[in-house]
Design a protein around this ligand. Structure first.
Ligand code: T4K
Length: 369
């Protein structure tokens, strides 16, 4: 049996580099609660991501959940169902109502032409996702938000290091939330961040990630515990030194996929966006069974038989999850539904051997009629 290939593999620095980085932690005995590594990583990421302000958290999910709390939102939030569970859960766990907008068939991001018809007098915010690292139609979304006085919170969990029109992607909207999970282009093992402009939001977020503690004698918000610890921050400091090289290697993998799969009938590859500096986070492929000759599930099974484990990100749509007890009408997001039944995210990580990419593509091609 050929070697196992999973959808991704965590990037790790040389072990000695990490050991060196965590020596200070042994010396200081300072393990968490906004210690020196946390502060150093925060500063470095502010520069790297080209944003006004950033705060670090335990994970991408808590950055979304606490952002919605810090903004003190009430009512309905317009969002996309074509995403990871976290985006929708963050809304619902804040007592807010998600209103699902359909997505664009090429970028898979929220379709801005469908937003206005969903706005009611209860709408308070728009929460789009730069899904797979594809950048949303930022200008169109901002125009609508300005017209109706809505907050824009980007789920930017897939867009570490990307720029749009030369500006850091985290600088758009009111807040952008990042994930530094083990499976992401840049990881701190587990981790996340919020990027923002408004210093007051920053103060509220800083309190909320630490139980709402303002100072030793004042607790002025019902916060959570979402502080990035020093070991995670140390991993981030190491990984940040290598991230450009990681992205360059990912680019080569993506180019090899494109060389193999571009132009095949019934296959839609991820859109290339001219104003975007990509991070090559994911490689989603849409299989149209009528023209390609095999369904997404058939391709998935063929790859699995060859020890290759692609993933059906993002299937099922979040508006069909069992936990929502058929509360949402999936027929209102037909493009997202169509895509979710046809998408397969192929293995992608910096060290994926280009010969393995060829092998993956051979299996895919063998499924075609
Ligand atoms: N918003 C969006 C749009 C997101 O995609 C995510 C997370 C979030 C918000 C929330 O951010 P976080 O709170 O997670 O920071 C994975 C990740 O756990 C999740 O972070 C990610 N999105 C999602 C798209 O993928 P699973 O359930 O598919 O993970 P799992 O454990 O099956 O891992 C996938 C593959 O990754 C494995 O087959 C092998 C590899 N892997 C995994 C782990 C855990 C490694 O190489 N090393 C590892 O440590 O969710």
């Amino acid at each position: 049996m050929s070697k196992q290939i999973l959808v991704t593999r965590s990037s790790m620095p040389p072990m000695e580099e990490y050991i060196d980085e965590i020596k200070d932690i042994w010396d200081s005995h300072w393990l968490t609660n906004m210690g020196p590594k946390h502060k150093e990583l925060q500063k470095k990421l502010e520069e790297y991501l080209d944003v006004d302000h950033i705060d670090l958290l335990t994970n991408g999910h808590m950055s979304l959940e606490l952002t919605l709390q810090a903004l003190n939102l009430q009512g309905e939030v317009i969002t996309t169902p074509f995403t990871f569970a976290s985006t929708t859960h963050a809304i619902v766990r804040n007592g807010l109502t998600p209103v699902f907008c359909d997505v664009d068939p090429k970028t898979y991001c929220m379709d801005p032409t469908k937003i206005e018809e969903l706005i009611t007098d209860r709408t308070c915010a728009i929460l789009p996702v730069h899904v797979y690292g594809n950048v949303c139609d930022i200008e169109a979304i901002q125009k609508i938000a300005d017209k109706y006085g809505l907050k824009v919170i980007y789920d930017a969990c897939h867009t570490f290091g990307e720029t749009y029109k030369g500006r850091g992607i985290g600088s758009y909207g009111d807040v952008s939330c990042f994930s530094f999970h083990a499976t992401k282009v840049f990881n701190t093992i587990e981790g996340g961040a919020v990027c923002y402009h408004d210093e007051r939001f920053g103060r509220d977020m800083y309190g909320l990630k630490n139980f709402g503690i303002r100072d030793q004698e004042t607790v002025d918000a019902v916060g959570a515990n979402a502080k990035m610890n020093e070991f995670c921050a140390a991993m981030g400091l190491c990984n940040l030194r290598h991230v450009d090289e990681e992205i360059a290697k990912r680019k080569k993998v993506v180019e090899r996929y494109r060389a193999n799969l571009d132009g095949i009938d019934g296959i839609q590859l991820n859109a290339i966006q001219p104003d975007v500096k990509s991070n090559y986070a994911y490689f989603p492929v849409i299989f149209e069974p009528e023209t390609f000759g095999a369904t997404r599930n058939e391709v998935f099974d063929a790859l699995s038989k060859n020890n290759i484990y692609a993933r059906k990100y993002f299937y099922p749509l979040t508006n069909t999850f069992e936990c929502f007890h058929r509360q949402f009408d999936v027929t209102k997001t037909p493009v997202a539904l169509h895509l979710s039944k046809r998408v397969l995210t192929l293995p992608l990580y910096a060290d994926l051997d280009l010969n393995d990419v060829d092998r993956i593509c051979e299996v895919i091609k063998s499924c075609a009629k």
